[in-house]
Design a protein around this ligand. Structure first.
Ligand code: XMP
Length: 518
């Protein structure tokens, strides 16, 4: 989709901060469109992008490092307002002739700043107000560049915020984008609306309209194939395409036999209402089970499932014949990861359900969600009238229950896990937690333990319950689920799922653990 579809845009230059994505989310929450690009984005590209304002992110470097990331100085000559955050502010200062000093002690955590000037960036906070902010920096500004004034101070940072009003350059030493800076959203809004004169025009209604138009332009009379998994990303992708090109879209749902109970049928039901013509279910459960027989190594399982998915999908697509395009539900975080220059996000690459498909099939990719964060995709789903249960579905891994059954997969073990999984989902929903946590599911362990039921000794399976909180799956913490809810899950599983006599709760965070067990 062309960038020029969105006129009110903010450019975020990424200097490698772990918070860069958060800046983007905060900006989008105000209904202003923004994109993240690497700090060294060329001037020509920036001009084409034509931002209403530029935010320079934080980053782990010091401007004195030999390989410190530096944006082109000419960025500051575009006549566009700039907000430097932490390293971004130090970069501004360094470039414009102020003094950045190595702090004796790194300042990390909550700090209090005093507002000295509340005309624009701090509008509404009040002159003299003391605000709690989140600091995370080694260097600090000792002398502002020529033309700048100090806007706020803290005990450890004589310059916590600064401005050059003539050029509309702002710098803040703290992080307005994190939740620990309570007035952060207000400060960002002031920059976007008061300083950059943005209008809140980025809404999902306008996204849907523009995207459908863009898809029609791109695809024309071409045929598009789309893999449907029942997850929110592929569902929204399919419905957008269906609205844009109608019967020229064919959706394929491959039932690999590793889905949750009744899932394939449920998805078919929902989509039949939308697109009765182009919906194809391939029941390949026996095929997958055959290939997975005797396999216990997690990576081998994943490889087999990925390979067989491609082969089945490709075969079905060939049968349907004549497509030039392949639709994929790629989201903005995946895009950022693949372009990110430095910083922690570059090193973690998650798994792709349809990795390899476009290459094998020689099809042109259509990725209508490339610009969206997950929560925005959900809003689009609701906008498109998809059922809420589908829109709010938790993420589910491509290899399905295979990575939640440790050891060999058998029909019987799949059955046990499915029954336990239903209970976890029901109880988590009943407790009102389903949409609050990132994921909640059961895992079947490859060990048996001794138990007692009635007067009988039992020797049966263990189910682990995993519930995690996360923003983006890159890091996660185990959810502090109330004991009563855990108790109810455990009781129901042990009492009603044959073959299980013990339930344990996983209290590991990611890193060093991962969310899935395999
Ligand atoms: P991990 O286990 O790596 O998972 O912490 C991070 C997130 O990714 C999901 N996941 C997958 N998603 N294909 C996917 O589309 C996969 O192969 C896959 N493996 C894990 C996982 O559920 C979690 O949300």
């Amino acid at each position: 989709m062309s960038n020029n579809l969105y006129r009110q845009k903010i450019l975020i230059l990424d200097f490698g901060s772990q918070y860069t994505q958060l800046i983007a989310r905060r900006v989008r929450e105000t209904k202003v469109y923004c994109e993240i690009h690497p700090f060294n984005m060329g001037l020509g590209k920036i001009k084409t992008f034509s931002p209403k304002g530029i935010i320079l992110s934080g980053g782990p470097a010091s401007v004195y490092d030999r390989d410190a990331p530096m944006a082109e100085g000419a960025v500051l000559e575009l006549g566009v307002p700039v907000l430097g955050i932490c390293y971004g502010m130090q970069f501004l200062t360094h470039l414009l002739g102020g003094t950045v000093a190595r702090a004796v002690d790194r300042e990390y955590g909550n700090a209090t700043i005093t507002i000295e000037d509340d005309k624009d960036l701090f509008h509404g906070l009040g002159k003299g107000a003391a605000e709690t902010v989140w600091m995370s920096h080694g260097d600090r500004i000792d002398r502002v560049p020529k033309g700048f004034e100090v806007l706020a101070r803290s005990k450890n940072s004589p310059v916590s915020a600064m401005v050059d009003r003539e050029r509309k350059f702002f710098g803040v030493q703290f992080h307005p984008e994190v939740a620990h800076t309570p007035e952060g959203p207000k400060i960002l809004r002031n920059f976007l609306f008061r300083v950059c004169s943005c209008k809140p025009s980025w809404t999902m209604t306008s996204f849907v309209r523009r995207t459908i138009r863009g898809l029609r332009e791109k695809v024309g009379d071409g045929r598009v194939i789309c893999g449907l998994s029942g997850g929110v990303d592929s569902s929204v992708t399919a419905v957008l395409l269906h609205k844009a090109i109608g019967k020229n879209l064919s959706c394929i749902l491959v039932d690999n036999g590793l889905l949750r109970r009744g899932e394939a049928q449920e998805v078919m039901e929902i989509f039949r209402g939308y697109m009765s013509m182009g919906l194809h279910l391939v029941d390949a459960s026996r095929h997958f089970m055959g290939h997975l027989k005797g396999v216990t190594d997690p990576e081998e399982k994943r490889k087999i499932i990925g390979r067989e998915f491609i082969s089945i999908f490709e075969k079905k697509a060939r049968e349907l014949g004549g497509a030039e395009f392949l639709a994929q539900g790629t989201l903005y975080p995946d895009v950022i990861e693949s372009i990110s220059f430095k910083g922690p996000s570059a090193t973690i690459k998650s798994h792709h359900n349809v990795g390899g498909l476009p290459d094998v099939m020689k099809l042109t990719l259509v990725e209508p969600l490339r610009e969206l964060f997950k929560d925005e995709v959900r809003q689009v789903g609701l906008e498109l009238n998809l059922p809420r249960e589908l829109v709010m579905r938790q993420p589910f891994p491509g290899p399905g229950l295979a990575v939640r059954i440790l050891g060999e997969l058998t029909g019987e073990r799949l059955d046990i896990l499915r029954s336990a999984d239903v209970i976890v989902e029901e109880e988590i929903k009943k407790a009102g937690l389903y949409e609050k946590v990132w994921q909640s599911f059961a895992v079947l362990l490859p060990v048996r333990t001794v138990g007692v039921m009635g007067d009988e000794r039992t020797y049966e399976n263990v189910v682990a319950v995993r519930v995690v909180d996360s923003l983006d799956a890159m890091t996660a913490d185990w959810s502090r689920v109330p004991y009563e809810v855990l108790g109810a899950i455990s009781n129901r599983i042990i009492n009603s799922v044959n073959g299980v006599n013990r339930v344990v709760y996983d209290i590991s965070s990611k890193p060093p653990s991962t969310i899935e067990w395999e």
